[in-house]
Design a protein around this ligand. Sequence first.
Ligand code: ATP
Ligand code: MG
Length: 273
Amino acid sequence: MPTAAPDTQDIALPQEAAQTTTPAKDAVRIKDLHKSFGTLEVLKGVSLTARQGDVVAIIGGSGSGKSTMLRCINFLETPTSGKIIIDGEEVETRADGTPANRRQIERIRTRLAMVFQSFNLWTHRTLLENVIEVPVHVLKIPRSEAIAQARVLLARVGLADKEDSFPAFLSGGQQQRAAIARALAVDPSVMLFDEPTSALDPELVGEVLTVIRDLASEGRTMLLVTHEMRFAREVADHVVYLYQGRIEEQGPPAEVFGNPKSERLQQFLKSVS
Ligand SMILES: Nc1ncnc2c1ncn2[C@@H]1O[C@H](COP(=O)(O)OP(=O)(O)OP(=O)(O)O)[C@@H](O)[C@H]1O
Ligand SMILES: [Mg+2]
């Protein structure tokens, strides 16, 4: 693992200048992250920091490495090299980059929640059972308490009347809102969204974005991979444009969308508008 990483790509976020005397802590810090699949180098040294309460939107063309980056943060993939620091805790790794401390990974995983494009709900369980699964079996929260909390969360995403339904009987928008309720059930420090609306019919996109917008406004830390550029512009504190495994450009949404410097980003924005 490299010992030093270029900090030049780190994100300096507006909250740093907040009036509070205690500056927001780093929720996620990635340093010089590399990931190869065989001979294909997908991430070529990505560094970024999201402070608590930040919404970081990650945009970029297909194959640029957006999902791989999120999957490395969540340990669904093992980085080839680089550092991942969650809530100030650095993930311990062996020389080959694999996690060295299973207990640590399990603990850190409970602070992260990922929402996938394809929902990934447990199909043979009701919505309520989906939401209480991790709190009861991993976090060891008493079942009655987990159920009470799950009902609050399902109500919050507009699914109070669906707790006994199975995912197959719900629309894509409802399933994704349930997946968000499930993600919230661990009270995560950081939420990772990987194109949460890409699999939805256009008329269902809005209801999911509304839920994500609410979470952003209540100060949830989020890394959000999205193709919804207008939404990214609206909710993000910071936007990162990935091009072939590197951060090509980043900045506040008004800059990245309103005044893109890199030609590649200009092209990309044209292609998605
Ligand atoms: N498990 C894997 N094995 C081999 N190659 C992989 C694997 N996962 C991803 N890749 C490759 O890594 C590259 C980046 O993939 P990734 O899924 O991160 O892109 P992306 O930016 O999320 O794209 P999209 O917008 O299409 O979701 C692609 O070339 C992909 O084929
Ligand atoms: Mg992807």
